[in-house]
Design a protein around this ligand. Structure first.
Ligand SMILES: NC(=O)c1ccc[n+]([C@@H]2O[C@H](COP(=O)([O-])OP(=O)(O)OC[C@H]3O[C@@H](n4cnc5c(N)ncnc54)[C@H](O)[C@@H]3O)[C@@H](O)[C@H]2O)c1
Length: 253
């Protein structure tokens, strides 16, 4: 079976860590991102055969780029739908445009990427694995200032189950990971927004995140990446439709 893995939003944070982790485990990884130069930077750290600009909100771009990757590098066996955005606002203040943007990237983007990837995998007839990066905010709404994000990530958890059911007959497994408080550029932005909204400092908010985590530290991108590596491995051969909590115990269901 091919060992080619495509990752969206791989120019930063969790996506870049997933690329490095899968490469360390013997995959040829192809980082993609809406920001090509960041995908290229990740590619340089994981000996990737190429890096591509891929905007997950653009249905045509998603199909074209995945087909180009297949034509150049061979059949894709793993796709990680990681690209996501957040903007902290009070529920009462979120505009229709902001709601649309969040749902477009975080939910529609996962749908479009997963559908295009699955169609290619079905055509190739060799099965495959899809992992969606959801969030602990995809399983609990007790998350302040992220109502649109919560809605998008609950959507990803449900979508993961629906895809897993329909794609099982094609030997395609579909799972999600649900990270907690991960140290990434997204978190840096959220610390500033949350501090403003709470009338405190980013450092104080960071301490709240640690205090909320039984394992008593912030999560690292590599913590998420190792869970993704497990889900795409043979160790998880009978796991599908799962949304795996990877959050140091910050939320248990
Ligand atoms: N950081 C956390 O605490 C945390 C927790 C739970 C879940 N997540 C999820 O993990 C994923 C990665 O988050 P991160 O913290 O690494 O964020 P990040 O902002 O560091 O990286 C996100 C990447 O996605 C890319 N991106 C944005 N819009 C895109 C689009 N339309 N098409 C393709 N790429 C696009 C960005 O350019 C960026 O490189 C997201 O889905 C996020 O919701 C993050």
């Amino acid at each position: 079976m091919s060992r080619l893995a495509v990752i969206t939003g791989a120019g930063s944070g969790i996506g870049a860590a997933i690329a490095r982790e899968l490469q360390a485990r013997g995959y040829d990884v192809v980082p993609t991102d809406v920001d090509l130069s960041s995908a290229e930077e990740t590619a340089a750290t994981c000996d990737a055969p190429g890096a591509y600009r891929l905007d997950v909100t653009d249905a045509v771009d998603v199909v074209r780029t995945l087909e180009e990757i297949t034509a150049r590098h061979g059949p894709v066996s793993v796709v990680v739908c990681n690209a996501g955005v957040s903007r902290m606002r009070r529920f009462l203040d979120i505009s229709p445009e902001e709601l649309g943007r969040t749902l477009d990237v975080n939910l529609r983007g996962v749908f479009l990427t997963g559908q295009a990837a699955a169609r290619m995998m079905v055509r190739a007839g060799a099965g495959g694995c899809i992992v969606n990066v959801a969030s602990m905010a995809g399983k609990q709404g007790r998350v302040p200032f992220l109502a649109d994000y919560v809605a998008s990530k609950f959507g990803v958890v449900g979508l993961t189950q629906a895809m897993a059911v329909e794609l099982a007959e094609h030997n395609i497994r579909v799972n999600s990971v649900c990270p907690g408080y991960v140290v990434t550029p997204m978190q840096e932005r959220e610390l500033t927004w949350e501090a403003e909204l709470r009338g405190t400092t980013p450092e104080a908010v960071r301490e709240l995140y640690v205090a909320d985590t039984p394992l008593a530290r912030l999560e690292q991108p590599a913590d998420v990446a190792r869970a993704v590596a497990f889900l795409v491995s043979e160790d998880a051969a009978f796991v599908t439709g799962e949304s795996l909590a990877v959050n140091g115990g910050a939320f248990m269901d």
